[in-house]
Design a protein around this ligand. Structure first.
Ligand code: B1M
Length: 298
């Protein structure tokens, strides 16, 4: 079986023994020392603007900013240090997502919005950049599945804060994707993980669920007109359903309208080529990169 460099051929270890071996990270510092103000804003009262202190090193050796407060009543676009403040808020959000801090990331997202940071910038430089880092660390074996899932969940929670504004502003997704686990297969953990990473990268994903027959893929392509059709399979007995689905799409004359990407534990580059898929990726991090490559997105 062909796997990405440095990735184990099976996921047992990743599933049962998170945070062991290479890449073990120290626990995050307690909230008081993490540099994020926990002060609650009282109604009708503004925060006094506190001059920024220089970056300091926290216990884990990472750069952190101490005791900065943001005037949430005044757009930071009006202040001279705007660029620095935007960067600080975005860096903070990015770090929270990478660390999987589900409790604080939505609040940090709200804080960035209230401070006037552009929505697109929060998404591109905060959420998407964070998930790129998570994807790279997962692919290199530095992060394990539970950590990656937590980061993905944290990203989703931040995205939920932004969702109403995204709808209002009509921000266009990078590409449309339909995604399902193939017929006969009910494994969906990997699929869900890849979907979360894709959403983190700015893709609009239609999740068709598991045990998806070729007809349902076809219907979804007709309905949503996606750029990419993704299939996942975990069983050697169901990987054949991928080829069957591609043949069905050909028969229905929609195969040429969409790129097809496949993945899952038993899938290899050779298998992907054999069934005439356009691409294959071994894990969630590289799936996003492969999707971008197939669609010519940077
Ligand atoms: Co099943 N199961 N299971 N199982 N199960 C495996 C896959 C198995 C390897 C266990 C074993 O025997 N060692 C084995 C398959 C053997 C084989 O075919 N070679 C197996 C079997 C046999 C079965 C049953 C047949 C058992 C039975 O009933 N006798 C049965 C089949 C049911 C069916 O599907 N019809 C079955 C059932 C189940 C549960 C329902 C109990 C449960 C699934 C729950 C769920 O998904 N909601 C389950 C589980 C959990 C597993 C294991 C333990 C874990 C799978 C998993 O979630 N991995 C698994 C053993 C193992 O892998 N250690 C096993 C984590 C997940 C993140 O990884 O899905 O590989 P994965 O996704 C990765 C990559 O593959 C990639 O990115 C993901 C993240 O990096 N990826 C893509 C996935 N899709 C992608 C798509 C892409 C690109 C990348 O582009 C489109």
């Amino acid at each position: 079986m062909v796997r990405g460099p440095g990735r184990p051929a099976c996921n047992h270890k990743a599933l049962i023994s998170p945070r062991v071996g290479r890449g073990k990270r120290p626990p995050p510092p307690p909230a008081e020392t993490s540099g994020f103000s926990l002060a609650k804003r009282k109604p009708g009262r503004c925060f006094r603007r506190v001059p920024p202190r220089p970056p300091a090193l926290n216990k884990s050796g990472k750069t952190t900013f101490v005791n900065r407060q943001i005037d949430t009543n005044k757009g930071i676009g009006e202040t001279p240090g705007r660029k620095e403040q935007i960067m600080h808020l975005i860096e903070k959000l990015k770090t929270l997502i990478i660390e999987g801090n589900l409790a604080q990331a939505p609040r940090a997202t709200q804080e960035a919005l209230q401070a006037g940071v552009d929505l697109r910038e929060i998404i591109d430089q905060g959420l998407i950049k964070a998930m790129e880092v998570v994807g790279e660390r997962f692919s290199s074996g530095e992060l394990y599945i539970p950590e990656m899932l937590l980061s993905a969940k944290t990203m989703q929670a931040s995205l939920n804060v932004l969702r109403p504004m995204i709808a209002d502003r009509g921000i266009k997704a990078k590409a449309k994707v339909v995604f399902g686990t193939v017929q006969g297969d009910v494994h969906d953990i990997g699929k869900n993980l890849v979907i979360m990473m894709m959403q983190g990268a700015g893709f609009e994903v239609y999740d068709l669920g598991m045990d998806v027959p070729p007809e349902k893929f076809y219907q979804a392509i007709k309905t949503h007109q996606p750029d990419l059709c993704c299939m996942s399979a975990l069983l050697t007995t169901t990987q054949g359903a991928m080829g069957k689905t591609i043949r069905f799409l050909k028969e229905q004359s929609v195969r040429q309208t969409v790129k097809v990407m496949v993945g899952g534990a038993p899938i290899t580059e050779e298998f992907s080529a054999g069934i005439e898929a356009d691409g294959y990726a071994p894990d969630a991090g590289s799936a996003v990169e492969k999707a971008k490559e197939l669609l010519g997105i940077r």
